[in-house]
Design a protein around this ligand. Structure first.
Ligand SMILES: Cc1cc2nc3c(=O)[nH]c(=O)nc-3n(C[C@H](O)[C@H](O)[C@H](O)COP(=O)(O)OP(=O)(O)OC[C@H]3O[C@@H](n4cnc5c(N)ncnc54)[C@H](O)[C@@H]3O)c2cc1C
Length: 426
């Protein structure tokens, strides 16, 4: 049986399903604008999550949330760029974020701490956050989503909450997407990942000290992310069919066997100790066919997920959350613009995502040269060739290529249409 919870507000401007980076950013920025926001997450934070290396585009939403100083105080490792063993020879090459625009560094983080920090900030800004609250289903009336039913851990039954709009930021659980949208799987990025943690790793030399290392092999690639002074996250990504068929090894055995074939990574790990068990995840990129509907909208992994080769997930989730907060704020003020405004958001988000996905798909071809990858970035994001190709490459993998209007969506025309006085007789 459903009920509202005694003593608990049950009517909001916005409900956000999921308090990860996408949900917490959207909720915090909406609360900052004075909106009444409810965030429900099935976990108690801090909770573990993969995805520890961040790109510069992530810094802008954190700046909007007022979190830049706090990230520095948390002692997260600054990330100035990346080192790659990738392409048609094994000669390492690297890139620096300072070539790509407004932010010269981002961070490597422990996601449990990062995600808890953003969710705490949403709470400080006025969002109503309930943890250990699992959303079960949307409440629909006359074809519109008007709220959700959720269960609290340890309590019987479900409870209801209502809002003008429900945002699904539930990550790969896709609570609303699963119900309302088909999904397109990107077959070229049908991968699996296996990872663990080491201490006492060597670091890359000189300026590359805190770079992420990405080392390609014939059948997959490794990441090495120096999370802090002692811990390094190391993961292996390979195609699902390589992992499943044609060899009798478990993913963990595959990790060990493949790691022995690396050059640069093997050196970093030569005196290291594994400090955790292995974890695995399906790592298969997808896009929902629909990003929004009547009374609902998707953000973050709940909308689309792209392979972690360039560590884009959290930045994309928070950038889209920032954009969505501004849009939803306007929709609450001018409900007449809802459909067109969400359509503009969906189009900009999809185009931005597709640029990264197309680039990653082609980057997986390891038979090419560094110059080829730079030109590819330019063809995708800067066909007028306004920048050097190497700059376009860094901008793209920083999430700052800026070709699409995700950050600068304008609705003045929609609002003008919605508020124009109607002429009698028309
Ligand atoms: C192997 C791998 C490596 C990766 N590496 C990186 C990386 O280095 N850098 C990077 O930026 N990204 C990386 N990513 C991607 C990154 O982890 C995600 O893109 C990011 O977490 C998306 O944030 P989100 O807020 O959309 O979803 P999530 O962080 O998954 O948050 C969703 C939240 O929703 C909650 N939830 C789910 N269902 C319900 C429900 N029914 N009711 C209530 N709450 C619910 C969950 O508990 C969770 O807290 C990686 C991904 C994989 C698979």
């Amino acid at each position: 049986m459903s009920s509202t919870l005694y003593g608990f507000p049950d009517d909001f401007d916005v409900i956000v399903i999921g308090g990860g980076p996408a949900g917490a950013t959207t909720a915090g920025l909406l609360a900052q604008r004075g909106r009444r926001v409810l965030v429900l997450d099935r976990e108690r934070f801090p909770r573990y999550h993969v995805g520890e290396s961040l790109i510069p585009a992530f810094m802008k939403p954190m700046e909007e949330l007022g979190l830049l100083d706090r990230m520095e105080q948390m002692g997260f490792e600054r990330k100035y760029g990346g080192t790659l063993v990738w392409g048609n020879n094994q000669v390492p090459w690297n890139f620096s974020f300072n070539k790509g625009g407004s932010y010269e560094y981002s961070y490597h983080t422990r996601r449990a701490d990062l995600d808890a920090m953003i969710l705490d900030r949403a709470r400080e800004l006025g969002a109503f956050v309930v943890e250990e609250a699992t959303v079960k289903e949307p409440i629909e009336e006359d074809g519109r989503v008007v709220g959700i039913r959720y269960a609290l851990r340890g309590l019987e039954g479900t409870h209801e909450a209502r809002a003008s709009l429900v945002i699904d930021a539930s990550g790969q659980a896709r609570v609303l997407g699963r119900k309302f949208s088909d999904i397109s799987w990107h077959d070229q990025l049908r991968n699996v990942a296996v990872w663990t943690y080491f201490d006492n790793c060597h670091r890359l030399p000189g300026d590359e000290w805190s770079n992420i290392l990405i080392e390609g092999l014939q059948d997959g690639w490794f990441w090495a992310i120096p999370i802090d002074k002692s811990v390094t996250s190391v993961g292996y990504v390979t195609r699902s069919e390589t992992a499943a068929g044609g060899n009798d090894k478990s993913l963990e055995e595959l990790f060990v066997a493949q790691q022995a074939r690396t050059t640069k990574l093997k050196g970093l790990l030569s005196d290291a100790h594994q400090t955790a068990g292995f974890r695995t995840a399906r790592d298969w990129s997808y896009t929902n066919e629909r990003f929004y509907g009547n009374g609902w909208v998707l953000v973050g992994d709940a909308a689309a997920f792209v392979d972690p080769l360039f560590s884009t997930g959290v930045a994309l989730a928070t950038m889209a959350g920032s954009a969505l907060s501004k849009i939803v704020d306007k929709i609450i003020e001018y409900p007449e613009i809802e459909e067109k405004a969400l359509d503009r958001y969906a189009t900009a988000y999809r185009e931005f995502f597709d640029d990264i996905r197309k680039f990653v798909e082609q980057f997986y071809d390891r038979s090419k040269t560094k110059g080829f990858y730079f030109t590819l970035a330019q063809e995708i994001t800067d066909p007028e060739k306004e920048n050097e190709a190497s700059v376009d490459f860094v901008k793209l993998i920083s999430g700052l290529s800026g070709r699409h209007a995700l950050f600068n969506l304008n609705f003045d025309d929609l609002i003008a249409d919605a508020t124009r006085p109607s002429i009698a007789g028309n």
